[in-house]
Design a protein around this ligand. Structure first.
Ligand SMILES: NCCC[C@H](NC(=O)CCC(=O)O)C(=O)O
Ligand SMILES: NC(=O)OP(=O)(O)O
Length: 312
């Protein structure tokens, strides 16, 4: 695997989930694989889980880890081609990535959507420049429009529940600010690749981009999606159509215990961080499987980096 940016980079997603579950059962079995290998994790945005679980995954594989908050500790990066760099940006992404790839064997990069320019975000302008200029494999640690390590961890979490053909509700949730579409997009794409029964509920005008709706039923009634669901995946995202906008009054989309009673003893899922009593009520969060998802982030990252170490 030369890059891990979406489910489309994975030859056999089910096999990757199985590999992650093997690693979960025996996390240190491949410690020799990462000897004298280094991963550099570059963050352009905040993170708790991705940062720590990917470090832990690398350590489990016997690798060395470098973590770089490039916006705070590095030179301000220029991403435009052919410009005169006479402003405040001291370093071009071309040199920055070429240099970092001299120091490590895998690069991980996190970069959120700007939510200003849809074409730019959906072209994955920043992630693709990292891929273009890196001489080593690149792992997305969440990009403008996808969060594949999160989705892989979510697939692992659903898979290990043992439910063979799970019925999954994905529901939009309220928020105080416009958030990227990456987590929702990516979850839909991975769940569809597994052939699961997915119903998405979101307010009118909040449908994800058409490319993420293949194999997905869409409703604007939350109760319809939750009805009989084995899993309820909640996430807030800003509008794709009115790009980067949030609806005004949306409190009635908060996931409550009462709404969960519509499900088939459904398990509540969220990528975290989660704003309690806005996205979901305290009792929903306290009775959820969000910590399992967070734990499985380790084995998602470990299975991907193991593949890269073995096949590059
Ligand atoms: N990495 C997982 C989610 C990251 C991001 N959430 C956030 O920015 C939450 C910020 C807040 O709640 O203020 C998102 O939705 O894509
Ligand atoms: N779920 C997730 O990616 O969390 P962080 O933003 O804390 O890394």
């Amino acid at each position: 695997m030369k890059q891990f940016t979406s489910v489309h980079d994975v030859a056999d997603p089910k096999k990757l989930v199985e590999s992650a579950l093997e690693l979960k059962a025996s996390p240190y079995a491949h410690k020799a694989l990462g000897k004298n290998k280094t991963v550099c994790l570059i963050f352009l945005n905040p993170s708790l889980r991705t940062r720590l679980s990917t470090q832990k995954a690398a350590m489990n594989l016997g690798m060395e880890v470098m973590v770089f908050d490039i916006n705070e500790d590095g030179w301000k990066l220029e991403f435009e081609d052919g410009v005169v760099m006479n402003g405040d940006k001291a370093e071009h992404v071309k040199e920055a990535v070429r240099v970092v790839s001299l120091y490590c064997d895998i690069i991980g990069v996190r970069t959120f959507a700007g939510l200003q320019n849809r074409e730019e975000d959906y072209a994955e302008r920043i992630l693709n420049q990292f891929i273009q200029h890196s001489s080593v494999p690149v792992v997305s640690l969440e990009s403008a429009i996808r969060h594949p390590l999160q989705s892989l961890a979510d697939m692992i979490t659903i898979y290990e529940s043992g439910i063979v053909r799970p019925k999954i509700a994905v529901t939009w949730a309220p928020h105080v600010k416009p958030l990227p579409q990456a987590v929702g997009n990516s979850f839909l794409e991975w769940a569809a690749a597994f052939g699961w029964d997915i119903t998405l509920a979101n307010p009118k005008g909040y449908n994800p981009a058409p490319e993420f709706l293949r194999g997905v039923k869409v409703t604007h009634e939350q109760a319809e999606a939750l009805d009989g669901a084995d899993f309820v995946y909640a996430k807030s995202w800003s509008s794709y159509d009115r790009y980067g906008k949030l609806p005004g009054d949306n409190a009635d989309w908060t996931v409550t215990q009462e709404k969960m009673s519509l499900t088939n003893n459904g398990k509540f899922m969220h990528c975290l961080p989660l704003r309690r009593n806005l996205v979901a009520s305290d009792s929903v969060v306290d009775n959820s499987i969000v910590l399992k998802q967070a734990e499985n982030r380790i084995f998602a990252a470990q299975s991907v980096m193991k593949e890269m170490l073995e096949n590059n």
